[in-house]
Design a protein around this ligand. Structure first.
Ligand SMILES: Nc1ncnc2c1ncn2[C@@H]1O[C@H](COP(=O)(O)OP(=O)(O)O)[C@@H](O)[C@H]1O
Ligand SMILES: [Mg+2]
Length: 252
C-alpha cells in the first residue's frame, strides 16, 4: 500500500534525464519538508542506487521489505536485488511481479510523494502502472530537439489514454550558459521542444533546465547541490509540483 501523490517521471526516450530529474526533484521535495520515496522502475536499466551512491541493501521483516534510506529519501530499485552490476535477464511476467512487489510488499510508511523513475518506452511497466496505480500523475521529460519531443509525445498520449493526469513537461538540457555574469545562452539541442510538447498535450512547461554536470567531483554523482546553478531550478520545480498536487492528494 502506497500513500501520497505518486508521480511517474516518464519520457518514452532514454538519455533525456528522467533519472536525474527523478532524483533531484525527490530531493528538492524533501527540502520542502515532504516525506518522499523514489522507486526506480527502470528494471533492466536501474540507475538510482548508483546515482545516490547507495551501498546498503533493504532489510526484510516478516517477508516485507524495508526500503533503503538515503539523503532523506526512501529508495527501492531492482539494483538492490542483484549482485554487483550484473544485468537483469527477467522476462515480461517476472517484471510485472517485481513492479507489484515494489508497491505491495514494501513497508513505505506515510509518504507525501512517491517519485517513479520510469524506463524508456511505453511498454509493460507503464501498463502495469495503470493497473496498479490508476491515480498516478505524470511528468513528461524531453530535450528541446524535435526527435526527442516526438517520442515523448507518445508517452504523453499513453498517459492521456490511461487517464493519468499530466502535471506538465520538463524540458531538460535546454541550453548551456557559461558560469560567468550575463552569459549568453547556447541552445545546443535547438529550441522550443518543451513548448511544442506541452501544447500538444494541453499542459504547461514546468521547468526548462540548463545543461550542467551534476556534482562532477562529489561522491554522489547525480545530485545538484547548492553550489550548482540547477539547485534553484529544482527548488522552483518542487514548489510548482507542490502547488499542482497539494489540493489533490489521492489514495492509491
Ligand atoms: N541538465 C543536464 N545537464 C547535463 N547533463 C545532464 C543533464 N540532465 C541529465 N544529464 C546527464 O545525462 C545522462 C542521462 O541522464 P539520465 O538521467 O540517466 O537519463 P534517462 O534516465 O532519461 O535515461 C546522465 O549522464 C546525466 O548525468
Ligand atoms: Mg534512467
Amino acid at each position: 500500500m502506497i500513500t501520497g501523490n505518486v508521480i511517474a517521471v516518464t519520457s518514452g526516450k532514454g538519455g533525456v534525464g528522467k533519472s536525474t530529474v527523478s532524483v533531484n526533484l525527490a530531493l528538492a521535495l524533501t527540502r520542502l519538508n515532504k516525506r518522499v520515496a523514489i522507486i526506480d522502475l527502470d528494471i533492466y536499466g536501474f540507475s538510482v542506487p548508483k546515482m545516490l551512491n547507495i551501498t546498503d541493501r533493504p532489510k526484510t521483516i516478516n517477508n516485507k521489505i524495508i526500503p533503503v534510506g538515503s539523503h532523506g529519501l526512501s529508495v527501492m530499485s531492482t539494483g538492490f536485488m542483484v549482485r554487483g552490476n550484473n544485468p537483469i535477464v527477467w522476462r515480461g511476467p517476472m517484471l510485472g511481479r517485481m513492479v507489484e512487489h515494489f508497491f505491495k510488499d514494501v513497508i513505505w510508511g506515510q509518504l507525501d510523494y512517491v517519485i517513479l523513475d520510469m524506463p524508456p518506452g511505453t511498454g509493460d511497466v507503464a501498463l502495469d502502472l495503470n493497473h496498479l496505480l490508476p491515480n498516478c500523475k505524470e511528468i513528461i521529460v524531453t530535450t528541446p530537439h524535435p526527435t526527442a519531443t516526438h517520442v515523448a509525445e507518445r508517452a504523453g498520449t499513453m498517459a492521456q489514454n490511461t487517464n493519468h493526469e499530466i502535471l506538465g513537461v520538463i524540458e531538460n538540457m535546454s541550453y548551456f550558459s557559461p558560469p560567468i555574469e550575463n552569459a549568453e545562452k547556447y541552445y545546443l539541442f535547438g529550441k522550443g521542444g518543451g513548448n511544442t510538447l506541452a501544447k500538444t498535450l494541453d499542459t504547461t512547461v514546468l521547468a526548462s533546465l540548463p545543461m550542467s554536470i551534476p556534482n562532477e567531483n562529489g561522491e554522489v554523482p547525480t545530485i545538484y547541490d547548492e553550489t550548482s546553478n540547477l539547485f534553484i531550478h529544482y527548488n522552483d520545480l518542487a514548489c510548482k509540483v507542490e502547488e499542482l498536487t497539494v489540493t489533490k492528494a489521492s489514495v492509491n
